[in-house]
Design a protein around this ligand. Structure first.
Ligand code: HEC
Ligand code: HEC
Length: 231
């Protein structure tokens, strides 16, 4: 099913990809824009991949911090190696396990976009203590940003425009704080016709401490439908 990224499985494919990197890193990339790479990563990759510095929490694909942390620590992988692996995977994704929802589509990005994303991932994936920048809007807005809600959801007060999940300004007005907490941690409590189940991560109950979950739900309840993002 969707729980494919087992650490043991990841080691072998990475080794296989290193061979391709030698070829790819030959075509010199000039001055990639890492900040732009971050924005593109959140929008195009974060729906499936967790990466702490991006604040993304997708679970359909492997956690990219976990995928590269051990190799980076052992000193075998530097940023350029990781960059090459990312470019190879985006150009020619390894076949998934036959589950279309959990398969990485080929050529999601190309050219400069890919260079920027690869440079960004190379810089931050698996770096201990990497975390997203601080955002304005209070503690609940920070929890929203740190957990990548915006890579899948539009919410004006957080300036986010994700479209993988429903627009929270549309579905949340009138909902109470406890109801919203339940939506976040319990897939069975959610009911939005037209959106697939199994895409929203189901580990927020473990990942987000109760106090932060409450701050997040309060932020959502207070701002839903106000369309008052600081734009
Ligand atoms: C629809 C979901 C999806 C999207 C979107 C997606 N990926 Fe993936 N990605 C996957 C899956 C699933 C795998 C594991 C493939 C396999 O089974 O080996 C993967 C694997 C990877 C790997 C290899 C990790 C490892 O353990 O070796 C990298 C690197 C990667 N993706 C980067 C990206 C980047 C960069 C983007 C955005 C341009 C992206 N992915 C977008 C689903 C996705
Ligand atoms: C990888 C994409 C993704 C991420 C990340 C994600 N969601 Fe969702 N979310 C969805 C999808 C798809 C649905 C609709 C299907 C479902 O109910 O699971 C959804 C549904 C919801 C609903 C609607 C509940 C209802 O019945 O009206 C809420 C509220 C919600 N998400 C909040 C959040 C919050 C808060 C975060 C961050 C902590 C978050 N989501 C992160 C994809 C995502």
């Amino acid at each position: 099913m969707l729980n494919l990224p087992k650490p043991i499985r990841l080691l072998v494919p990475i080794a296989a990809l290193v061979a391709m990197v030698v070829v790819i890193s030959g075509c010199g990339t000039t001055n990639p824009d890492v900040a732009r790479g971050r924005e593109l990563f959140v929008a195009k990759c974060g729906t499936c991949h967790t990466l702490a510095q991006a604040g993304t929490s997708g679970t359909l694909g492997p956690n990219l911090d976990d995928a590269f942390a051990a190799a980076r620590e052992a000193g075998g992988f530097d940023a350029a190696t990781i960059e090459g692996i990312v470019e190879a995977q985006v150009d020619t994704p390894r076949p998934g396990n036959g589950n279309e929802m959990a398969t990485m589509p080929p050529h999601l990005v190309e050219g400069t976009d890919l260079n920027d994303i690869a440079a960004y991932v190379g810089k931050y994936a698996g770096v201990p203590g990497a975390k997203p920048p601080e955002v304005a809007g209070g503690p609940g807005a920070q929890v929203f940003a740190t957990n990548g809600c915006g890579s899948c959801h539009t919410f004006a007060a957080a300036n986010s425009g994700g479209t993988t999940g429903p627009d929270l300004d549309e579905v949340l007005p009138g909902k109470s704080v406890p109801q919203i907490e339940e939506f976040i941690v319990n897939a069975k409590a959610r009911n939005v016709p037209g959106y697939p189940k199994g895409v929203m991560p189901e580990n927020f109950g473990e990942k987000i401490p109760p106090a932060e979950l409450k701050q997040l739900a309060e932020f959502l309840a207070e701002n839903a439908g106000k369309k008052s993002g600081g734009k």
